[in-house]
Write a protein that binds this ligand. Structure first.
Ligand SMILES: [Zn+2]
Length: 371
């Protein structure tokens, strides 16, 4: 009789532990299917013991499910994907939020009330820290979770942060990295000294950021630190492999210069492979209308360098590219899109796009543009 009761209790313990392991401790936002412990099982627990609480900290194996449910908020897609890669199979046991998830552009995003609540209560918040993230500081000042870990990518990169360059039609010194374009009279023109916030567009930077993310996850959930380390190592291996493919394909490319009839968020990427460029606007300038002199300058560069490709970013309407091409000698250049991952779509996410898959596609575009 005692034996039988003990085995019932053991089964009950395992059942409750499993339920605990799978069910979120916080009110779920997207899972409504966690079964409630059945009433008659509950009644088998001896009076006085309080249900599942006693089993919560039980050391019985939970089948690999994380016992800590982390709430992680990311601003842009690369961060969100990197967290996924480092959490690996355990990602489903945590709550991951991507704030800019439906074609919301980094440069026009403002947090909703709902977003602010999510950030202020999360365990790990990751943001870029550039000119587009001016709203972050206020939100963090009002955060409720004093144990929150915050990762600012530009902080992590430190001295590796580059300045935006003035690269436009009127400036013949375009593409000279050491050239700081200052108007003689206007020393207060701070746009010339803007830090380039598109730090994720370098595979080498990605390795640095992923290491910082793995460290943060390990300190939030020490029990899984070994797994995070091994996921990090294998992901860095994949990043290095792709970086080697970039070098193999681009180091001896016959053309060394790219022409963007658009904004230019790719400085980190091009610098990694020693490529030059001309662009209609520096960084992600708010300008959207290219001046006549810029169009003429870019069209002249297409002629001079015999370029067969004009590039744009994923959010461009291509009208500047059409105008540039219309002003060239040949008027037959192709327009290709290089993806800066600044405005990811929900269908991209559903189709399983990853940082690596997009950087692989970008390599194909570069190979074609530089052949
Ligand atoms: Zn941008």
């Amino acid at each position: 009789m005692i034996k039988r009761l003990a085995s019932i209790l053991l089964v009950l313990m395992l059942t409750l532990t499993m339920l605990n392991g799978c069910a979120p401790h916080d009110p779920p936002t997207d899972t409504g299917n966690a079964p409630a412990p059945s009433a008659n099982l509950d009644s088998a627990v001896e009076p006085g013991s309080n249900g599942d609480h006693g089993f919560d900290s039980d050391p019985v194996s939970t089948g690999g499910e994380p016992e800590v449910r982390l709430n992680i908020v990311c601003t842009v897609f690369p961060q969100y994907d990197w967290v996924h890669q480092i959490l690996g199979d355990s990602a489903d046991g945590h709550e991951l939020t991507l704030l800019l998830d439906n074609r919301v552009d980094l440069h026009s995003y403002h947090p909703s009330v709902d977003d602010i609540v999510r950030i202020s209560t999360c365990d790990l918040f990751i943001y870029v820290g550039g000119e587009s993230d001016g709203w972050v500081e206020d939100v963090l000042l009002n955060a409720n979770n004093s144990d929150m870990i915050v990762i600012m990518l530009m902080d992590v990169l430190g001295d590796g942060v580059k300045m935006e360059e003035a690269v436009h039609g009127a400036d013949d010194g375009a593409n000279n990295h050491d050239h700081h374009h200052h108007d003689e009279g206007g020393d207060e023109d701070e746009h010339d000294d803007e830090e380039d916030e598109h730090v994720w567009l370098s595979l080498n930077n990605a390795m640095i950021f992923c290491t910082a993310i793995a460290d943060a996850l390990s300190s939030l959930n020490a029990d899984s630190a070994d797994m995070y380390e091994s996921n990090l190592a294998s992901y860095i291996g994949q990043l290095s492999t792709l970086d080697a493919e970039y070098h193999a394909a681009l180091d001896d490319a016959p053309i060394r210069t790219l022409l963007f009839a658009d904004r230019f968020p790719f400085r980190y990427l091009l610098d990694d492979y020693g490529l030059s460029y001309f662009a209609a606007f520096p960084g992600c300038s708010a300008e959207t209308e290219a001046s006549f002199s810029t169009i003429v300058f870019l069209a002249g560069k297409v002629n001079e360098l015999n370029l067969h490709t004009v590039l744009v970013t994923e959010s461009a309407d291509q009208s500047i590219a059409d105008t540039v091409i219309g002003n060239t000698r040949e008027k037959n250049q192709q327009i290709l899109v290089l993806d800066a991952m600044q405005s990811i779509t929900r269908s991209d996410l559903q189709n399983g796009a990853t940082y690596l898959s997009i950087m692989e596609s970008n390599l194909d575009v570069l190979k074609e543009a530089l052949r």
